[in-house]
Design a protein around this ligand. Sequence first.
Ligand code: IMP
Length: 429
Amino acid sequence: MPNVTVIGAQWGDEGKGKIVDWLSERADVVVRFQGGHNAGHTLVVGDNVYKLSLLPSGIVRGTMSIIGNGVVFDPWHFRDEVARISGMGVNITPENLQVSEQCPLILPLHSDLDGAREDASGAGKIGTTRRGIGPAYEDKAGRRALRVCDLAHLDDIGPQLDRLLAHHNALRTGFGMPPVDRDELIVQLRDIAPSVLPFVKPVWTTLRDAKANRRRILFEGAQGVLLDVDHGTYPFVTSSNVVAGQAAAGSGMGANSTGYVLGIVKAYTTRVGSGPFPTEQDNADGEKLGQRGHEFGTVTGRKRRCGWFDAVLVRQAIAVSGVAGMALTKLDVLDGFDMLQICTGYTLDGQPLDHFPAHAAEQARVVPVYESFEGWSESTAGARRWADLPAQAIKYIRRIEELTECPVALVSTSPQRDDTILVRDPFLD
Ligand code: IMP
């Protein structure tokens, strides 16, 4: 099966957009399988910069793009993103973009609740994107969500809506918010439905046919494994499974279809929002990484927290997600550092620890053990061949491979799609 699944192996923002764009040229279909418009994938093609949150990255190149059932779908955001990207000259039609009928809808009441909870949590807040992602997944699991298919049956939506609003109005009362205006919500749904329905399909049939015809399918993950609701730094996580296993369930394909798993790994570490971050550098080194790496959120504009490469966390993310090879990104951001550090292990209360613990209090107490590396003064920006890299940079990469027990398949040396060193082709592996 010549398919590839791309996932982030840290806390998101690893540079997945560029790698997916790079791979999508060779794919026949690109599928999103989890998350929603909390994602921020930046694609630089020539002079154009495309910022996508909900649409699969393949759309920019006209590749068949699918929003799978595992995605929570904000129809208003969808309409606006389609209009914005179309306005940049990209041809978007139901011929090249399909939305699963089974996606749960994100409604305004979900972002209301997301924001109200965050505001009420004080120092304990998660630092969500406030886009209603968590509340929408809760309603899906609670079996009261409205789904994309319901947009075609709005005359019959009354009982479902009553069930949903009974739940939300009780919560809203608790948070001091007015109840949802039921009639107004129906008007809003009637207004948005025509912008979505032409794209709606049983997308599993498209994927079934693609598989039968041996088409190359690229599964595009969002966020990163350390934000996975099971395997991440709970409770400071997103509300979906982010690991590669979700590519099958979130698209409607079998577990044997997801192919080669490519983990995207940034050459250092960043995180947006709250939660533990053992190698965080709240100092001049962190500032330098942030400035050189332009570490500001694509979706919220928030400044990202920055720190050294954490090989323990990446090794764990690789193991729980079955990653076969890494794409190492933003290597050029490390150019010109005198010294670099890699975290090779932790201590917890003075005892060595070779993994990240599950309990939040222990997560907050782990102390990183570092290995120091001499940096390199040469520029790696724009390097396209292994031979273009300075010896110290190669040493740094080799040590990351050893510590994470995973080979590097690609190295990315600038936001430009062609500034990529190919070591192993994921589609051919
Ligand atoms: P939510 O996904 O909006 O519920 O936010 C939960 C956590 O995931 C917060 O820490 C967010 O900052 C983080 N998060 C969500 N999406 C992304 C992403 O695409 N990149 C990086 N962090 C993300």
